[in-house]
Write a protein that binds this ligand. Sequence first.
Ligand SMILES: C[C@@]1(CC(=O)O)C2=NC(=C\c3[nH]c(c(CCC(=O)O)c3CC(=O)O)Cc3[nH]c(c(CC(=O)O)c3CCC(=O)O)/C=C3\N/C(=C\2)[C@@H](CCC(=O)O)[C@]3(C)CC(=O)O)/[C@H]1CCC(=O)O
Ligand SMILES: NC(=O)c1ccc[n+]([C@@H]2O[C@H](COP(=O)([O-])OP(=O)(O)OC[C@H]3O[C@@H](n4cnc5c(N)ncnc54)[C@H](O)[C@@H]3O)[C@@H](O)[C@H]2O)c1
Length: 259
Amino acid sequence: MANPQPFPEVQGGGSLILAWQIKHKNVLVVGGGEVAAGRILNLLNADARVTVVCPSSGLNDEVRYRIAQNQVSHLDRVWLPIDLEPEKNVAMVLTAVDDPEASTRIWKYCKQMKVPANIADVPPECDFYFGSVHRDGPLQIMVSTNGNGPRLAAQIRRQIGEMLPVGTGDSIQKVGMLRRKLRRVAPGKATEDISKRMAWMSRVCDEWATEEFNKMDEEDMKVLVEGYEDNIVRSFESIRLGATDPDVVWQFDGSFGWM
Ligand SMILES: C[C@@]1(CC(=O)O)C2=NC(=C\c3[nH]c(c(CCC(=O)O)c3CC(=O)O)Cc3[nH]c(c(CC(=O)O)c3CCC(=O)O)/C=C3\N/C(=C\2)[C@@H](CCC(=O)O)[C@]3(C)CC(=O)O)/[C@H]1CCC(=O)O
Ligand SMILES: NC(=O)c1ccc[n+]([C@@H]2O[C@H](COP(=O)([O-])OP(=O)(O)OC[C@H]3O[C@@H](n4cnc5c(N)ncnc54)[C@H](O)[C@@H]3O)[C@@H](O)[C@H]2O)c1
């Protein structure tokens, strides 16, 4: 039966998928094996400040490399409650250890100290799950199966990645540059300024193809933003052809380019 309400239907049982801004915050990773190595890479990609607590004898090559490169700090021992002292300002704990009792101890202590934690492999001891992430510059797509099939999540993530046109990340980067340029040109903070900026930017995103953003250079951006005050969104084609009327895509001058 069709949904009688005009509002989206609630589908409980999912996760709240967010993009956690962990940049420059302290994260404690317990364990230094293969799973820890994957988690550390995710954290470094998000500019977190990472401390790994793990006896040297247990480090795998990748974690050892991150430590040697000073990409992460290292405590050469097993986890201790002092690792979560309030002055250490730990924003998040990730454990990837092969000792379930230690894992549960760490989880309970994290709850006592009110620090969000993920205990790899133990869903009931996770404030949040990891997902499989496709990364292309500023673009991140996370696939979660909500604990049903992590390996399938990785397969789906690969399929999604293969579907996307080459250069999608670069196109998004350009949109980011355009939005920053627009806010420099029109920095207003009043509600009507924000509404106008958002409406114009939404039109640009709807009217321009992703590949056109990819090709857009500094000069194109400048010309496009010049239309902002008058609420004009010129097409990529008209900008490249140098036409001034936004509705005139191309005016034939009879020259076929010979004059
Ligand atoms: C996505 C990914 C991210 C990452 O880890 O970074 C991730 N697991 C990955 C791989 C993977 N994990 C496991 C296998 C072996 C094959 C298999 O069992 O399927 C493989 C495949 C492999 O190794 O190839 C074993 C496993 N995993 C969990 C349990 C416990 C359980 O299910 O109860 C068991 C043991 C089951 C048992 O005892 O038999 C639990 C979790 N694993 C999650 C995330 C969370 C749910 C995410 C979701 O559902 O989408 C959740 C709930 C908690 C968490 O850990 O955050 C990463 C792929 C990254 C990538 O490659 O892109
Ligand atoms: N969720 C997932 O994606 C996923 C996938 C595969 C495995 N796992 C599970 O994650 C855990 C880790 O897997 P792995 O392959 O990295 O194992 P691993 O054996 O390679 O690494 C375990 C690490 O934990 C360290 N360690 C053990 N006790 C410790 C303690 N008290 N304090 C600090 N460090 C300690 C060891 O020295 C070692 O570095 C296992 O429980 C595994 O079953 C999870």
